[in-house]
Design a protein around this ligand. Structure first.
Ligand SMILES: [Zn+2]
Length: 90
């Protein structure tokens, strides 16, 4: 298990979703870490939640930082450009 994992799409933060469901917060941030919380359970966490609830280190048994695949990002941008060229300005 490496300290990083590349994903095509960043998941939502589980703790933000939990907070929103319970009326604690309004925003649901993008998760940047798939890691272990101090409680022992695992979650996708945004930076602030990882800092507050995470075990504070990455690696086997602790967690992985989520990296958005740049390959896919480039592809998406190219598609968007192609789309606007094809149809022209509105
Ligand atoms: Zn969060």
């Amino acid at each position: 298990m490496s300290k990083e994992v590349t994903v095509a799409r960043l998941p939502e933060c589980d703790l933000c979703n939990y907070g929103k469901a319970n009326g604690v917060q309004d925003v649901v941030r993008t998760a940047t870490v798939d890691g272990r919380m101090r409680t022992g359970s695992w979650a996708n966490m945004c930076d602030p939640h990882w800092r507050d609830y995470g075990v504070g280190r990455l690696g086997t048994g602790y967690g992985q930082r989520l990296r958005l695949s740049t390959e896919r990002l480039t592809h998406t941008v190219r598609e968007a450009n192609h789309h606007s060229i094809q149809h022209g300005p509105a």
